[in-house]
Write a protein that binds this ligand. Structure first.
Ligand code: PHE
Ligand code: NA
Length: 502
């Protein structure tokens, strides 16, 4: 029969690893800009509504499935909902495959910039340095010329990730998180406090938090809030399911869930304060209003705007190092969680040992990632795949999963019972309503709106044929991959299993 499953050493190991996954690039470079663009202080209302009605309920759903059926996404969902469930699980694994390949590239850039910070290597024109000198971005999207400055840190990040994963759930993943997360929080707090003392910081905070209540009437603001919460909590990616399958059988599930959810949101608000205080300083230096600044989000914020700001600041070297150090740690712990979904899936299905899975499957993904992103074709493919994986793949996965589990398999009571039996915070009808009715309706609406938008207007102004291949092609590959994996035979019988409590 199947080998025994790894277990976190305790509640703390589970919580800190789940926080390590949740707190990532999304908190630092995505949230502040999204909040600013969608009503500023007023955005907190849809954000909190989304957290309470979808984020936390679906987080609990992931926990309940992974913990009750003790498996990676494909195994747990197979035990719960048969072949269809298994297919959904593999689809989540496939999303993680695509994300892992580009996420590591961003991680590599962040680690390069950590090193560059010490002598502000990007010089006077940080934007030009990033795309021109560092990435050597080609005009044509399909050139494969290696860029050594990216290649070396990229290989390094893959080695670090695979070594940690190879060391196992407790000795690798949990240990890394126990070191990285306290370091990340401490370093980031120093950065935020420093930012608050910069001239102009108050203007930045006013720009972020001044509420524009009229924005609340705009449905796209609500869509933005739900998608931020979703991405930020890493729900419906198979991650929380995989991590909770390593949780001891008799344990409280909802209390750690609340800690993770509120911890993640607190870090997000903290990042908003830090980022906008810094942007306020930048606007002040240039004698413009914060509203007139550009590059407030994503790759532009992190690799163009922030380096430019560090150059203008006394002690900018330390400031830069703290920022890019935080980005690297936050990204690394999330990256590890994405890879664990993939590895756990293949270990469960094919009975591979961890070492074989890590160095075999992990090695293949590393090579693909290095070939694609160690070259000058990088950026175009990255944001295209990112958009399709997150805005189509993950939302579709959540809709199909909730409908399958709660409407087809009708497992609502079983799962709420499982969540409540040993938990201090019990769930009941309200939770069931959120995951089975509200969730699928809101997410289904989001999915339709996104698809219509993408069909009407080419994403980022890219060529339509390119988007068809790279964007929709990725989704097609995810579906094909999950069908093939679902149809291949199991090493151990997945269905010989009785959930606890019997
Ligand atoms: N939750 C992470 C963040 O906020 C992102 C992430 C997405 C991590 C998917 C893992 C998987 O950045
Ligand atoms: Na997050």
């Amino acid at each position: 029969s199947a080998p025994a499953r790894a277990e976190w050493t305790g509640q703390f190991g589970f919580i800190i690893s789940a926080i390590g996954s949740a707190v990532g690039l999304g908190n630092i470079w995505r949230f502040p800009g999204v909040a600013y663009e969608n009503g500023g202080g007023a955005f907190l209302i849809p954000y909190i509504v989304a957290l309470l009605t979808a984020g936390i309920p679906i987080l609990f759903l992931d926990y309940a499935i992974g913990h009750r059926f003790r498996g990676s996404a494909p195994l747990a969902l197979r035990r719960l909902a048969g072949k269809l469930g298994e297919g959904i699980g593999w689809f989540q694994v496939m999303i993680c495959v695509f994300i892992a390949i580009y996420y590591t590239a961003v991680l590599a850039w962040a680690s390069s910039y950590f090193v560059f910070s010490f002598d502000l290597k990007w010089g006077e024109d940080a934007a030009q340095y990033f795309t021109g000198e560092y990435l050597q971005l080609a005009d044509a999207p399909f050139t494969l010329d290696f860029v050594p400055a990216v290649l070396v840190p990229l290989i390094l990040m893959w080695i670090v990730a695979l070594v940690v994963l190879g060391a196992g759930v407790v000795k690798g993943v949990q240990r890394l998180n126990m070191i990285a997360i306290p370091l990340l929080v401490a370093g980031f707090l120093v950065l935020v406090v420093r930012a608050l003392f910069l001239p102009g910081a108050a203007d930045g905070l006013n720009a972020l938090f001044t509420p524009d209540f009229a924005a609340l009437a705009d449905p796209s603001v609500w869509v933005a809030a739900y998608s931020q919460i979703f991405f930020s909590l890493s729900v419906a990616f198979g991650i929380m399911m995989t991590y909770s399958s390593y949780r001891r059988r008799r344990s409280n599930m909802t209390a750690p869930g609340l800690v993770v959810a509120f911890g993640n949101s607190s870090f997000e608000i903290l990042a908003g304060v830090g980022v906008f205080a810094t942007l306020g300083f930048f606007a002040h230096q240039q004698g413009v209003a914060v509203a007139d600044l550009e590059g407030l989000k994503g790759v532009g914020l992190a690799f163009m705007t922030f380096p430019a700001i560090a150059t203008q600041m006394p002690g900018g070297e330390i400031f830069g190092a703290l920022f890019f150090g935080a980005l690297t740690l936050a990204g690394l712990t999330s990256m590890i969680s994405i890879m664990e979904v993939i590895l756990a899936g293949v270990m469960d299905k094919f009975g591979l040992t961890r070492k074989r899975a890590v160095y075999g499957i992990g090695g293949v993904l590393a090579v693909i990632s290095v070939v694609l992103f160690g070259t000058s074709s990088g950026l175009t493919a990255l944001d295209t795949i990112d958009n399709w994986a997150n805005n189509i793949g993950i939302v579709a996965s959540a809709v199909v999963m909730t409908i399958t589990v709660l409407w087809i398999r009708r497992a609502g009571r079983e799962l709420s019972g499982h969540l409540s039996v040993l938990s201090t915070f019990k769930v009941g009808r309200v939770w069931l309503f959120c995951v089975s009715v509200l969730g699928p309706v809101v997410l289904g609406y989001m999915l339709i709106v996104t698809v219509i938008d993408l069909v009407r207007e080419p994403f980022s102004g890219y060529d339509g044929g390119y988007l068809l291949i790279v964007g929709w092609g990725s989704i097609a590959l995810m579906i094909i991959g999950s069908v093939v994996l679902t149809l291949s035979p199991w090493r151990y019988n997945p269905d010989r299993f009785t959930p606890w409590p019997a």
